[in-house]
Write a protein that binds this ligand. Structure first.
Ligand code: OAD
Length: 258
């Protein structure tokens, strides 16, 4: 594991100091919000989107405008549904990793995640402490937003319906696609949490997809300290008070251990 403290040269002493300083910031009793991305679930075997060291990174292999946009869904819904069925199978097989478990163990944290998987919840985090900014892959909903929504049991390989039982419009995964708005309630909770927390713990996100990525600046401007855990520097690095470079599964449990 490598660690950097305020971009000092990385030495064992500097790494230890950075971890200790971060541990102190994150200790119980502080108001801490977490903001995570695909890197949090990478060690569970779920592909990232654009990590250049990840041989399975999704956007290096697949075209997001074909598979994650309303236009792509209109052109070939069967291809989009098949791709999400494949991702659902992978997520169903995956298990929470030590980072998910360490985060879930601290029931005072609020987790804002861009991840559509349910690994924080399966690690034991309360569902009302997890805000899914980009939706949830285990939900099917009416594309026309008539109100139909169904939560699938991915472990049982739930059968999905193609036509909405209420209005007959196409049914689609309950995730946010490119060009779509984020769920308003999730966004409001995220903004409020970032404006009011003392520390924002940013884990495994490239920090390039907006508006989610803007939450780090929002928290920083509101006076929060920013602690970043990532295997390499990211779009949010410039905002970090402490940046810890290494796998989340190793660093996060060390940060949150009592
Ligand atoms: P990305 O794939 O863009 O970035 C993953 C980040 O995780 C990178 O910065 C990696 O360096 C880091 N990383 C990889 N493995 C790690 C590990 N074991 N520990 C710590 N960090 C690690 O994923 P996101 O930032 O989540 O949106 O992407 C944001 C959004 O872009 C996604 O929610 C998705 C995508 O398009 C939608 O689908 C709407």
């Amino acid at each position: 594991m490598e660690a950097a403290a305020d971009r000092e040269p990385v030495t064992v002493a500097a790494a230890t100091t950075a971890i200790d300083r971060a541990r102190d910031l994150l200790r119980a009793g502080r108001s801490v919000t977490t903001f995570s991305g695909a890197g949090l679930s990478a060690e569970s075997g779920i592909a990232t989107f654009r990590d250049k060291h990840d041989p399975n990174a999704l956007w290096a292999k697949f075209d997001p405008m074909e598979l994650a946009s309303p236009e792509g869904f209109a052109r070939h819904p069967e291809v989009v549904r098949a791709w999400y069925a494949w991702r659902r199978e992978g997520i169903a097989r995956a298990q929470p990793n030590p980072a998910h478990r360490a985060l879930a163990e601290r029931d005072d944290l609020l987790h804002i995640t861009q991840n559509v998987d349910d690994l924080l919840e399966r690690a034991g985090a309360s569902i009302d402490r997890v805000v899914h900014l980009h939706g949830e892959i285990a939900i099917d909903r009416c594309h026309a937003r008539c109100g139909y929504e169904a939560r699938l049991d991915l472990a049982r390989g739930s059968v999905t319906v193609e036509a909405c039982p209420k209005c007959a419009q196409p049914v689609r995964p309950g995730v946010v696609w490119f060009g779509e708005m984020l769920p308003a309630d999730a966004w409001q909770r995220a903004e409020h949490a970032c404006r009011s927390c003392e520390v924002l713990l940013v884990i495994g996100t490239s920090g390039v997809v907006y508006p989610a990525a803007g939450l780090v600046m929002l928290a920083k401007s509101a006076g929060a300290r920013i602690v970043i855990v990532n295997t390499e520097s990211s779009g949010a690095s410039e905002l970090a008070d402490i940046e810890l470079l290494g796998p989340a599964g190793e660093i996060v449990p060390r940060l949150l251990a009592e």
